[in-house]
Design a protein around this ligand. Structure first.
Ligand code: NAP
Ligand code: F7E
Length: 323
């Protein structure tokens, strides 16, 4: 049988890594794009010829039904979202429409047009928020701390609900932060690696950041998309935490990233309260025992290697483009 995957959010960080991975596995890959006035294929340009790109939007259920009817995917990966936590306070309703209700629209479209398709929902460690226990596992209760986190809790539970109500093969991956040289520039790891590169190249002297004390469990995006795929290869759909099991502060991230190019972070990093959040998630660290034992998932890139990879890529980028 032809393996055909639909990816929403294919232009994003994870969408691009997942598309590469699935093409390598012999899948036909259909990528859903929302309409924009300029092309934003930067992350998928290198595989664009091998993809079928179709217009659609999580805000429009008709477009989702049309895509599913026409392409009849065997697997659907819902990676599309308003994914930036800080923006979710400024645009809480849009975040809810896309990141929460968008999941219902897609699940309902699957129920109507492709009920045999297996479904992956991109859930998030942000659902644990003000954490009830350390480390966080599949059994840890949720306490989201942002409109984004609240929307992801809805997306998680509607996925569980459609599995239980309609028997869909629907799984939710509770993924902790995962990064790469393709990460959006506004997220802290990339902001730091890109900031370091600009300082090394003499374009800047200071890097303005918010809370340096928050701690995250940071992994490599290329490793995490493999976990998404593994979930859909199981006979039974279920929910899994995916994480490294190590946590580091933003301050430690800065120390490592600046030290990689022989700079002292304390001479360049300035705390600017514009980057503080109305409510913070102080500490995340995941327990991915279930993913390791049931899925056979393993990470291949540790935190120092991830930081080095991102700084090297940004130094090369800034040198090449001059910005
Ligand atoms: P990302 O780089 O921000 O990509 C988000 C994607 O969603 C983009 O392709 C974007 O399209 C698309 N999108 C936004 N609104 C849409 C809409 N209304 N209709 C259709 N597409 C829309 O995010 P990511 O880091 O790859 O993350 C992928 C998913 O995993 C997201 O759901 C995120 O919330 C979740 N997640 C991420 C992490 C992480 O650490 N990266 C951890 C846990 C969960 P445009 O290119 O047109 O903007
Ligand atoms: O912030 C602190 C900030 O924006 C990480 C998304 O992919 O992962 C991501 O959400 C931490 C926070 O990621 C700056 O306050 C300090 O404590 O890189 P971030 P996030 O909010 O953890 C989860 C799992 C997702 O699901 C999301 O989609 O870093 N921080 N100074 C800063 N953060 C930013 N962005 N910018 C700063 O200047």
């Amino acid at each position: 049988m032809t393996k055909r995957a639909l990816i929403t959010g294919i232009t994003g960080q994870d969408g691009s890594y997942l598309a590469e991975f699935l093409l390598h596995q012999g899948y036909e890959v259909v990528g859903m794009l929302r309409r924009s006035s300029t092309v934003n294929f930067e992350r998928i340009a290198h595989v664009q010829e091998q993809l079928t790109l179709v217009p659609g939007d999580l805000l429009d259920e008709v477009s989702l039904i049309g895509i599913l009817r026409e392409h009849q995917p065997t697997e659907v990966y819902n990676l599309a979202a308003q994914s930036f936590v800080q923006t979710s306070w400024g645009q809480p309703v849009l975040t809810g429409e896309t990141t929460a209700l968008g999941v219902t629209r897609l699940l309902d479209a699957i129920r109507i047009a492709a009920p045999e398709a297996r479904f992956y929902q991109a859930s998030s460690s942000e659902m644990f928020g003000k954490v009830h226990e350390v480390p966080q596992s599949e059994r840890t209760p949720f306490y989201p701390r942002s409109p984004y986190g609240v929307a992801k809790v809805y997306g998680h539970w509607i996925t569980v609900n459609y599995r239980e109500s309609y028997g869909l093969h629907a799984s939710s991956g509770m993924l902790f932060n995962h990064e790469s040289p393709r990460r959006g520039l506004e997220f802290v790891t990339r902001k730091v690696s890109h900031g370091v590169a600009r300082i090394v190249c003499g374009l800047d002297d200071k890097l303005l950041l918010g809370n340096l004390e928050s701690q995250r469990d940071w992994g490599f995006a290329g490793d995490y998309v493999r976990a998404m795929w593994l979930m859909l290869q199981q006979d039974k759909a279920s929910d899994y935490v995916v994480a490294t099991g190590e946590t580091h502060s933003v301050r430690q991230l800065c120390e490592l990233a600046f030290a990689h190019v022989d700079l002292d972070w304390a001479e360049h990093v300035v705390v600017d309260e514009r980057f503080l959040r109305p409510a913070e998630v102080d500490l995340l660290v995941g327990d991915a025992t279930l993913a390791r034992t049931e899925l056979g998932w393993e990470q291949t890139v540790d935190f120092p290697a991830l930081v080095a990879m991102m700084v090297d890529a940004d130094v090369e980028l800034v040198r090449r483009t001059g910005r």
